[in-house]
Design a protein around this ligand. Sequence first.
Ligand code: DX5
Ligand code: ZN
Length: 224
Amino acid sequence: MSFDRSLKIAPSILAADFADFGREVRAVEAEGADWIHIDVMDGHFVPNLTFGPPMVKALRRHVRTVMDVHLMIAPVDPYIDAYADAGADILTAHFEAGPHIHRTLQAIRRAGMRAGLALNPGTSVEVAAPLLDLCDLVCVMTVNPGFGGQRFIHSQVSQIARLREMIGDRPIHVEVDGGVDATTAPLVAAAGADVLVAGSAVFRGGSVDDPSPYGTNIRAIRGG
Ligand code: DX5
Ligand code: ZN
């Protein structure tokens, strides 16, 4: 997986059919997804619960692109090896998940994955400065994490631009997650994001039996 800053659309399977994830992943990749974004929630760090390492491992054989695993859990460290074993390409932990994010990012890389740092809307991107050299990706949340289908928080656009400036020419992806659709995507892309996570805006209108709307939606988010 080599680094490139071209625009990538990462559908979040949080908006897919939970009883049919394997076929959903294959369908959305066939319709043009660049990465697959997997939202892991623990009912503790965020007020919602999704799934854990066995489900992610089962999904691995369906993902042909990049498996981008977003952990909304605390603590993170006891589960890092399980997500490495599950086959995550990128493992993202929240800055807010505990007092030792520096150690967590080191441990993710040591386990053989790319390390991501996610920042809630209430967190200044400036906190990423001492951590950037441990990061392969920084995810700027444009909703409060926990649920799909929430409204995009516009004040995060200037934080994305600031983060992009802080990164300079380092090979670090800027990911944006939450409320991304065909209207908000151009704003975050212009601010310097290269990975756009989108759940409801990708999966709406389609299904595994009729996946062509996924492709239409992805193209609309990409900008036609
Ligand atoms: C929110 C998750 C997002 C979510 C995005 O906690 O991290 O990945 O699925 O969903 P939409 O695109 O519907 O806002
Ligand atoms: Zn996410």
